[in-house]
Design a protein. Structure first.
Length: 461
């Protein structure tokens, strides 16, 4: 399987090179040359597989240049760090299925992909005798998951930018209390979009990228999206085992990466009725789906900070398919976005979008109401991001469909919001015990490309 850029100006590369490249050298995002289509018989044959076995079957379709034994070992080691043998279990509460994605070492869905990506990087660097400086931006959860995926690993340094004082306190502590020599946290005085734009600009600086061997852990890296495809299949098998049909996945998202993994699963032949994209007040994606309005606005701080994003980087991958795999159309769209702050779509394109997606924007008051009501009805605590997905599902999923809501983080990571909603402080899992008493290390810098570039140059391998 080879990989191409959404902007069409690179030669195809293999999976290993795609992982190491991260952002394509033409500024686009990498995608497989083709998406494999699965038969009903294949799906039936996978129904009883463990999570690790299912991950191997799916990922091996795309990672064709990694020997099977090596790939299985990478997968097994990556998920040995999870505290639930199912890795991503599904529970049934108050009429909805909840896909729990928070059983990894940092208690967020990003662990599912980043434990694997960290091991992939270490494997490929050892094979090639190379070193890498990982640079990434986070709105909260990606940073800690990426750090835990590579902390202490040979031949890797990691630089993670997060918006200063705009993550939850626990999210910040999970990053800054990792003091391994190869870990560098940068708190940028700006928004997540500022952080993400700086990271993308560094990757587009090809001499800098090559000199310092930059690697990407954000969802611009195809391997992250691929790892997330697995749990859509795994959940669908669990739900349809219990008589569910006409499945709708409700996905709280700001960067379009998690729901794009569901879109790939659907393209592969997973029988999903709709994908429900749930946003908070930072609702550029909801405006796009419901109104055809993809225009940039200001970031609004909310109780679901991982979704406080306006410019969704993974959206470009979806546009490639929406534009019938025409890279020239993709390039033109992003020129238009740069010049005007918006992208325009035809009525036919928007009709196709609505065949695939539903969307609802859930505000902070509704989020807190949902946490409170759901806990009162079931005793189950939702984190605020998951509550956004649950509220959207309760309102938009039809009665004859089975809603599966992605629980993207443990409620203890957002304890202030949960306590505000319910009056109950969520119990700290062992992974967070005493984290506020650990030593920490973080550089607070202006959200300025030059300052951050200089910091990386000073500390790079």
């Amino acid at each position: 399987m080879n990989y191409i850029s959404t902007r069409g100006q690179i030669e195809p590369v293999g999976f290993k090179d795609a992982v190491m490249m991260g952002l394509a050298t033409d500024g686009g995002l990498l995608l497989p040359e083709r998406v494999p289509t699965l038969s009903a018989a294949t799906l039936d044959s996978w129904r009883e597989l463990s999570y690790q076995q299912l991950a191997f079957e799916l990922i091996s379709l795309y990672a064709t240049d990694i020997p099977a034994d090596d790939l299985q070992d990478l997968i097994n080691r990556s998920y040995a760090t999870f505290d639930n043998r199912e890795i991503t279990p599904v529970v049934h509460e108050d009429g909805v299925y909840i896909l729990e994605l928070f059983h990894g070492p940092t208690l967020a869905f990003k662990d599912v992909a980043l434990q694997l990506l960290g091991n992939l990087f270490a494997y490929l660097l050892k094979e090639r005798g190379e070193k890498m400086n990982i640079v990434g931006a986070t709105s909260g959860d990606t940073g800690s998951a990426a750090i835990y995926g590579v902390r202490g690993k040979e031949n890797i340094n990691i630089f993670i930018l997060h918006p200063h004082l705009k993550t939850s306190p626990i999210q910040a502590l999970q990053m800054t209390t990792v003091t391994d020599a190869n870990v560098h946290n940068i708190a940028a005085k700006g928004t997540f979009d500022d952080c993400q734009n700086i990271v993308k600009s560094l990757f587009n600086d090809l001499p800098f990228k090559e000199k310092y061997a930059l690697g990407a852990v954000n969802s611009i890296n195809w391997a992250r999206v691929l790892a997330q495809v697995v749990y859509y299949f795994y959940a669908w098998f669990r739900v349809t085992d219990n008589g569910g049909a006409n499945v709708v996945f409700s996905v709280p998202t700001g960067n379009f990466g998690d729901i794009f993994a569901g879109y790939i699963a659907k393209r592969m032949g997973l029988p999903v009725s709709k994908l429900l994209l749930a946003t908070n007040e930072n609702n550029i994606l909801t405006r796009f789906i419901n109104d055809g309005d993809y225009s940039l606005g200001d970031v609004v701080p909310t109780v679901s900070p991982s979704m406080d994003i306006q410019l969704a980087s993974n959206f470009e991958r979806y546009l490639f398919y929406l534009f019938d795999e025409n890279p020239a159309r993709v390039r033109d769209a992003f020129v238009e976005l740069t010049q005007t702050g918006r992208i325009a779509f035809s009525s036919n394109e928007l009709a196709r979008v609505r065949e695939e997606f539903l969307s609802r924007s859930v505000n902070q008051a509704e989020t807190l109401e949902t946490i409170a009501a759901f806990h009162k009805a079931t005793g189950y605590l939702l984190d605020p991001h998951t509550a956004v997905g649950v509220r959207a599902a309760q309102e938009l999923v039809p009665a004859d469909a089975t809603p599966v809501c992605l629980a993207t983080a443990h409620p203890a990571k957002f304890g202030e919001a949960v306590e505000q909603a319910t009056g109950i402080a969520p119990p700290f899992p062992q992974a967070l015990a005493g984290i506020d008493r650990l030593p920490s290390r973080c550089a607070v810098l202006e959200a300025d490309r030059t300052a951050i570039k200089a910091f990386i140059e000073e500390n790079a391998l």
